[in-house]
Design a binder for this molecule. Structure first.
Ligand SMILES: Nc1ncnc2c1ncn2[C@@H]1O[C@H](COP(=O)(O)OP(=O)(O)O)[C@@H](O)[C@H]1O
Ligand SMILES: [Mg+2]
Length: 462
């Protein structure tokens, strides 16, 4: 199914095209002039049928504007018998083909099929380009938007300096990935990249995780252990969720950054290391400093070189390459051959708000790959919340829409996936290999889903 635009000042022509193509399962939008069509171009049609002679904005002018905005979009000129000459002119300007009125139906369909095929081929080429960029790009970072490119330039520059780096950005924007990229492109790349998630370690254990401890220094310290700072000697220490670091640990870290030496918990010996420190947070550290929950002096030490990674919604240009990247990444897990995303589904992805950023996009693609019954991702396979939020300007609007329409209550996506998977498992009496095969999933990925969605085998006790 494709989205087709037809532009003709004669409603009879547009109507005929609409009927013929809708019969074949396509969606057709009819416009009376070039301007109307251009206003809706960001809905990503697969093909445009464009009348040559129209008031307001004629075919030729419309064609030029379309080709400027979307050079890959196939435009088919619709001409009267007597202006075949200008059709040739249009082909020179990048029109895909032309057809002459009154239509010869088989010709109309074959032109359409060819155009759709070309769109698919261009999709394939794009996909290969993304693959190629990924192979030669830094640290597997995908995307070519101006905002991301500017961030990557900073990363390469800061990589070769020895400065401390503070990565700022919403959750899922790629802070982890960027930290690794800085490490790979730095003088510290021969050493280890050691990360510590301050949010995941209880405050009383943070110091010993970071600086190590001596035997008997506290209950449970049965032997002397090196801390992560020492493990990262000559390499990079990545302090993730640094805003969650306890004030005590902050004091000790600051001293290390000033003196390049520290003592293990319970120890007295000074240990010197050459460790590059990169910190990351999704919190407003500035605000925390004002409130006194983060030390100002440490903040300035860490943030010698702050880099803000923009949220995905502010670099929409990256969405399609990232989506394709995730399809390739996850494809190995499935027995079905999924290799494309329909332009309509891509359009939905490009217009979603992505509160969970790239991580959420990865999850959505993964779920769509489970849900799709075909070998491409179409709108139907996308989670309801992604589809719904598309038509809304803000997430608040979506919430209130849900609240006011109890009658159309839609299950959260995870719940519906779980139901589908559980039902499939029940049908085989809990035979995991068999269910995986029926779902066209590899056994290992289905195992993971059993755990993730907490599926139960029928008749089993737990
Ligand atoms: N530009 C990118 N290219 C490819 N993968 C990305 C990109 N940005 C993020 N990811 C992926 O998205 C997920 C979340 O990124 P992560 O670095 O963990 O985000 P954060 O640390 O900011 O929460 C990871 O699986 C990561 O590999
Ligand atoms: Mg992270």
């Amino acid at each position: 199914m494709a989205l087709i635009f037809t532009v003709d000042d004669d409603p009879g022509v547009g109507g005929l095209i609409k009927v013929l193509f809708e019969d074949r399962g396509h969606e057709v939008l009819v416009f009376e002039n070039g301007k109307q069509c251009l206003d809706r171009l960001d809905e990503n049609p697969s093909v445009v049928f464009l009348d040559m002679v129209m008031p307001v904005m004629d075919g030729m002018e419309t064609l030029k504007t379309i080709k400027n905005a979307k050079s890959d979009l196939p435009v088919i000129m619709v001409t009267g018998v007597d202006d075949a000459g200008s059709a040739v002119e249009a082909m020179k300007l990048g029109a895909f083909d032309y057809i002459v009125k009154p239509f010869d139906e088989p010709r109309l369909f074959s032109v359409l099929d060819k155009a759709i095929e070309q769109t698919a081929l261009i999709g394939q080429v794009r996909y290969l380009q993304v693959e190629l960029n990924r192979a030669k790009g830094i640290g597997g970072i995908v995307g070519t938007s101006p905002a991301l490119t500017a961030t990557l330039e900073k990363i390469l520059k800061v990589g070769v300096s020895n400065a401390g780096v503070l990565l700022l950005g919403e959750s899922g924007t790629g802070k982890d990935l960027m930290a690794r990229a800085i490490h790979e492109n730095s003088h510290f790349s021969q050493g280890l990249f050691v990360d510590i998630n301050c949010g995941a370690i209880p405050e009383n254990l943070q110091e010993s995780e970071l600086f190590g401890h001596t035997k008997g220094s506290f209950t449970g310290a049965t032997e002397t252990r090196k801390g992560k700072l020492e493990l990262a000697d000559g390499g990079t220490l990545f302090l993730d969720e640094v805003a969650e670091m306890s004030l005590n640990t902050q004091v000790k870290l600051l001293r290390y950054l000033q003196e390049k030496s520290f003592e293990r918990v319970g120890g007295t010996k000074k240990i010197f290391t050459k460790t590059r420190v990169i910190a990351a947070t999704n919190k407003d550290l500035d605000e925390m400093v004002k409130k006194g929950s983060f030390r100002e002096d440490l903040y300035y030490r860490l943030a010698v070189f702050p880099i803000t990674i923009p949220p995905l919604r502010e670099r929409k240009d990256d969405i399609s390459s990232l989506a394709i990247h995730f399809v390739t990444l996850y494809k190995k897990e499935f027995d079905k051959e999924i290799s494309s995303i329909t332009p309509e589904a891509m359009n939905v992805l490009e217009n979603y708000f992505w509160p969970g950023n790239v991580r959420e996009l990865g999850n959505v693609i993964y779920q769509a790959m489970i849900m799709t019954g075909t070998n491409f991702i179409d709108i139907d396979s996308l989670p309801v919340n992604v589809k719904n939020k598309n038509t809304q300007k803000t997430s608040e609007a979506v919430v209130s829409q849900y609240a006011s329409s109890k009658g159309d209550f839609v299950e959260p996506f995870d719940t519906s996936v779980r139901q589908v998977l559980q039902r499939a498992l029940d049908l085989t009496n809990g035979d995991i290999p068999k269910t995986a095969k029926r779902l066209k999933l590899s056994r290992s990925s289905f195992y993971r889903m059993v755990q993730k969605y907490d599926l139960t085998k029928p008749f089993s006790k737990n």
